[in-house]
Design a protein around this ligand. Structure first.
Ligand code: NDP
Length: 257
């Protein structure tokens, strides 16, 4: 029996990995009941591709304004989404929006690090806190045992470059200190959330998308956005209790801390 269609929220969906996630989930017919595709400026020119996709699926996709650096916008979005869900809750929340500021320790500024923490750590933290009531509603409404994205799951898009072990080998080619440090903090936030929420059966996991050809990954990156997202959606679909708090890549491989 195929699972019930799920309610999904993804941040940073106007381009890159977020946009492709919305696209592939729409291709999986009947998989999504409601898709809340979030971006900073829904009516701006940078959201045209997302608007076109939403026009194709008007009963499923709602474009929602969220700047993850702005708590008020997160709170307003949570209220709007709650009113649209009518008690069925949010089954899958993907904290995808992120920035990748470069530089080694001697080059970076306090502002670089503050901006990175605001977007990559405080953004996901506030999203999790504000949408927790809707994740709880999904647990209640699901009627299924065990953790999964059919019940309630939060996926934080992180990076392999946040790994201490990986950094020892890759730092010389890519310092990207604000990115590494903020994504490592995001990983810790995810593990804390996984521990705190496991009794409520809300799954938390972090996923490295691969080195992907997007504005962040650059044109020389290893994989196409389609491959990355296809892999991540497959991994997300198979997640269960044993994946709670894990640091995985888009192929489901466990990464070292
Ligand atoms: P892109 O640069 O293509 O897209 C980044 C997305 O994040 C955009 O939609 C952008 O919106 C959004 N965003 C940035 N800041 C905010 C904000 N304050 N509020 C709301 N949205 C925001 O990057 P990717 O698609 O490659 O990245 C997606 C995720 O994957 C990120 O978390 C990134 O760190 C992670 N990642 C990517 C890798 C890669 O190789 N591509 C490798 C490892 C991790 P806007 O257009 O408004 O700026």
């Amino acid at each position: 029996m195929s699972p019930k269609p799920i309610n999904v929220l993804i941040t940073g969906t106007n381009r890159g990995i977020g946009l492709e996630m919305v696209r592939q989930l729409m291709e999986d017919k009947g998989r999504v009941k409601k898709m809340f595709a979030c971006c900073r400026d829904p009516n701006g020119p940078k959201a045209e591709a997302l608007q076109a996709l939403a026009n194709k699926h008007p009963d499923i996709i709602t474009i929602v304004a969220i700047d993850v650096n702005n708590l008020e916008s997160i709170k307003e979005a949570a209220q709007l989404i709650r009113s649209q869900l009518g008690g069925s809750g949010l089954n899958l929340l993907v904290n995808n929006a992120g920035i990748a500021l470069e530089g080694n320790l001697q080059e970076i500024t306090t502002k670089d690090m503050q901006d990175s923490f605001n977007t990559n750590v405080l953004g996901p933290m506030n999203i999790i806190k504000e949408f927790l009531p809707l994740l709880r509603e999904a647990v209640k409404a699901s009627g299924i045992s065990g953790m999964s994205c059919n019940k309630a799951a939060v996926i934080n898009i992180t990076s392999m470059e946040a790994s201490m072990d990986v950094t020892k080998h890759s730092y010389a080619e890519a310092a990207i200190v604000p990115f590494r440090v903020s994504k490592a903090a995001l990983n810790m936030l995810t593990v804390c959330a996984a521990e705190e929420m496991k009794k409520e059966k809300i799954l938390f996991c972090m996923l490295h998308p691969g080195w992907v050809r997007t504005d962040t990954g650059g044109q020389w990156a290893e994989i196409d956005v389609k491959v990355s997202v296809k892999g991540m959606l497959k991994v997300i679909a198979t997640m269960a209790d044993k994946h709670n708090g894990l640091f995985l890549d888009y192929e489901g491989t466990t990464l070292p801390w």
